[in-house]
Write a protein that binds this ligand. Structure first.
Ligand SMILES: Cc1ncc(COP(=O)(O)O)c(C=O)c1O
Length: 302
């Protein structure tokens, strides 16, 4: 076994206390912080890197380069270290201090781009770097690579179906590249086309739900099909923070901000559903990745 074999097959947790707000509806969440570099992004990063190796696009002498809001960069950095490839990650300068530090621990190099341009700025800067020196890099291009969503089609979706014994009725998660949503939703709908799929969206272009995109105001990922979500649940950053605090204190789950947003979205959706519904969402990463933020203190702001 090696570190790549630890990706995926994460536990499905039942959030019983939080679900007391939605009597008769069950609420489950994939514990994606259990992946070896600590986030859901290990799945897509692993699949894209293995595809690159298989196709010969990633070979000795190449550097792995991509834009990331942080977690994919961490996943590439870990995989690069394990496989012997350097990683060069472009990310917005306001990504959390912990994320940058973790990448450096894996010996990745990072380039910080304007926080005002968020993940779009990092993506455009990477495209320029690759165009300047194409032979130097392996560029997985996570926003436009079908291997990204297929990683979830081939793992997350199957796991959720099996772990709920085929009883899942609703899947809801936020969108970064949209790979998690697209791949998982497609697989679940293939098992049972009556499964409903919803996306969580930050309520404004300027938000603190790290790792997720406000689709209306940013570059649309090539892998995103906006006709797949049956509905969107808008979540504000303060509600996501408050839920991250609740998950830690009521469920013993120290998870990140996008996980908080996802659970807020799942609860809001759950309130509209008939008894017996089974809602599944995603806990994308751990709260330990955001300890330098002060929202953890009750009523605190960032
Ligand atoms: C914590 C967290 N949750 C969710 C996502 C969104 O995942 P995807 O890119 O598959 O849409 C990300 C993306 O980086 C993330 O970091």
């Amino acid at each position: 076994m090696n570190i790549l074999d630890l990706v995926g097959n994460t536990p499905l947790l039942e959030l019983k206390k939080i679900a007391q707000d939605i009597p008769g509806v069950s609420l489950f969440a994939k514990a994606e912080f259990c992946n070896p570099s600590g986030s859901v992004k290990d799945r897509a990063a692993r699949a894209m890197i293995l595809a690159g190796l298989e196709q010969g696009a990633l070979r000795p002498g190449k550097t792995i380069i991509d834009a990331s809001s942080g977690n994919t960069g961490i996943a590439y950095s870990m995989l690069g270290a394990a496989l012997g490839y350097p990683a060069l990650i472009y990310l917005p300068a306001n990504a959390s201090a912990e994320r940058k530090r973790i990448m450096k621990c894996y010996h990745a190099e990072i380039v910080e781009t304007s926080p005002l341009e968020s993940s779009d700025g990092a993506f455009l800067a990477v495209k320029e770097a690759v165009a300047r020196d194409p032979d130097r890099y392996f560029f997985p291009n996570q926003y436009n690579n079908d291997v990204n969503w297929r990683a979830h089609y081939n793992s997350t979706g199957i796991e959720i179906w099996e772990q709920t014994g085929g009883t899942v009725t609703h899947f809801i998660t936020g969108l970064g590249t949209s790979g998690t949503f697209m791949g998982t939703s497609r697989r679940l709908k293939e098992y049972n086309k009556a499964v409903h799929v919803y996306a969580v969206q930050p309520d404004s272009p300027f938000h603190g739900i790290e790792g997720t995109k406000h689709m209306g105001s940013t570059i649309k990922p090539g892998i995103y099909d906006e006709t797949l979500p049956e509905g969107f649940v808008e979540v504000d950053t303060e509600s996501a923070y408050a839920m991250a605090r609740r998950l830690a204190s009521e469920e013993g789950l120290l998870v990140g901000i996008s996980a908080g947003a996802n659970v807020v979205g799942a609860l809001r959706l759950g309130r509209t559903l008939p008894k017996g519904s089974v809602v599944v969402t995603v806990l994308g990463d751990s709260g330990s990745r955001y300890l330098s933020d002060n929202f953890w203190d009750e009523g605190g702001t960032r």
